[in-house]
Design a protein around this ligand. Structure first.
Ligand code: PHE
Length: 445
């Protein structure tokens, strides 16, 4: 494939699509999606999340891909390419968001490594739920966080083709197979029906709840890796003949599909084993307390199923974390003139250090996640809409390159100009004060 200057490029079209799906599908689809669904009333949340992914997430995904491919640059320079220097600060906000999100994301990924280790060595005992406190905070959490970051840095240092693309091509099919297999297994459990009911029967009175809408919007962004330049960065390694509209639909469908199927694993399991109260009781830890408890009760089958589940989580976490680091690394390469290896190790070390706060205090992790989603990603998405809808000269033509100009690009432009920014403005207006309270709570308590 032709390359622009000496910028790295994907080796194939499907390589890019798999890497983008790898970025999207991660802890967000399994850990975050499940606990938020449980916390926000099940099916109503799921329904809102699906609608918002189609109407808000997908348009923004195409916007990010369009900017990245058109500019062939990392976020700060890509924004300046179309919008002039006034837009550079937004690029720095993206880099900061990548820093912050990866710092705690890696801690959670570390928990999954730890659980996998326990399953391999001894299996889960009946006390596994009580061990969450030790696993999630302190030196253990820190150690596994460092371990995970080393893996991520190692792959990113390998480059776009031999690191990022190759890992996604090998790992993503494994993840799909495991998640689908687990959903089929979960369907055979006695008592699974109550789980499906909770997950799929919509309580329409909850659809208008502003708090639920806010969480569903934040989740749609997080899950599609939007609002902080990850998809933009991946698209900057693309050639001009890639069909962006078509591929944005494939990427969004795969992301939603894995989240949905993960729910078909998690809820039947939890309900079949009668552990519903445990889920309601904790926030970020829900999945990491209740599911291991369920696996422990299931004996040998639980050990096998649990192992597969955690392996899928690790795979998802790894390919997503890679994209988070790539935003920071590509910016350091473009902006500071650093080589890839140096950028990966130096930035990786800085992010690891920042993550130690979340590793030693789970409430830091919780609040970081709220700041990242409710402010940085939603705010970043808002700014990107304004940028694409009002600053770029002809985004439809840029998006259409290589695709034969599908008719929905016109409503897409309209959504990006008017509907999505209005909606995000409304959500931000709700989300900012809540997040502010959460930050205050962290410092006062
Ligand atoms: N989308 C990833 C997930 O669902 C997380 C992520 C967010 C990755 C933002 C990159 C950027 O796990």
């Amino acid at each position: 494939m032709p390359t622009a200057g000496n910028r790295e490029h994907w080796s194939s079209k499907s390589g890019f699509v798999l890497a983008a799906i790898g970025s999207a599908v991660g802890l967000g689809n399994m850990w975050r999606f499940s606990y938020l669904s449980a916390e926000n009333g099940g099916a109503a949340f799921v329904f809102l999340y699906l609608v918002l992914t189609a109407l808000v997430g997908l348009p923004l995904l195409l916007a990010e891909l369009t900017i990245g491919r058109g500019a062939q640059k990392s976020p700060v320079r890509a924004l300046a390419h179309y919008g002039g220097n006034a837009w550079r600060p937004l690029g720095f906000v993206f880099v900061a968001a990548g820093f912050l999100i990866l710092s705690y994301y890696s801690v959670i990924a570390g928990w999954t490594l730890r659980y996998t280790g326990i399953l391999l060595v001894e299996g889960f005992g009946s006390d596994i739920a009580d061990r969450f406190g030790d696993i999630s905070e302190g030196w253990d959490a820190f150690g596994f966080h460092v371990f995970f970051m080393v893996l991520v840095v190692g792959i990113v240092a390998g480059g776009v083709r031999s690191g990022i693309e190759r890992s996604a091509t090998v790992l993503m099919p494994v993840l799909f197979a495991v998640v689908i297999g687990l959903a089929i297994y979960a369907a055979t459990l006695k008592g699974a029906g109550a789980g499906y009911a909770y997950y799929l029967e919509i309580d329409f009175s909850k659809l208008g709840d502003a708090a639920v809408i806010k969480e569903a919007a934040g989740q749609a962004f997080f899950s599609l890796s939007l609002g902080m330049g990850a998809m933009l960065t991946y698209a900057s390694y693309l050639d001009r003949d890639q069909n962006l509209p078509g591929e944005s639909v494939i990427i969004a469908s795969a992301d939603v599909g894995v989240a949905f199927v993960a729910g078909l694993v998690v809820f039947p399991l939890i309900f079949a084993l009668g552990l519903t109260e445990e889920v309601g009781a904790s926030t970020v830890g829900a999945l990491f307390i209740t599911l291991p408890h369920a696996f422990a009760e299931m004996g040998t089958a639980g050990r096998v199923v649990g192992l597969l589940f955690f392996v899928a989580l690790i795979v998802g976490a790894l390919t997503s974390a890679i994209s988070l680091l790539e935003v920071v690394v590509s910016s350091a390469m473009d902006g500071l003139g650093w080589g890839r290896k140096r950028a990966a190790w130096v930035m990786g070390a800085a992010i690891t250090a920042l993550g130690s706060f979340a590793a030693f205090d789970i409430s830091v992790l919780d609040v970081s996640d709220q700041i990242a989603n409710n402010i940085l990603l939603l705010g970043g998405g808002f700014a990107l809409c304004i940028f694409t809808g009002w600053v770029m000269e002809d985004p439809i033509a840029e998006a259409a390159n290589g695709s034969g100009r599908p008719a929905w690009l016109v409503p897409w432009h309209y959504l990006v100009r008017f509907v999505v920014p209005l909606f995000l403005g409304f959500v931000l207006w709700q989300a900012v004060p809540d997040t502010f309270e959460a930050v205050k709570g962290l410092f006062s308590g």
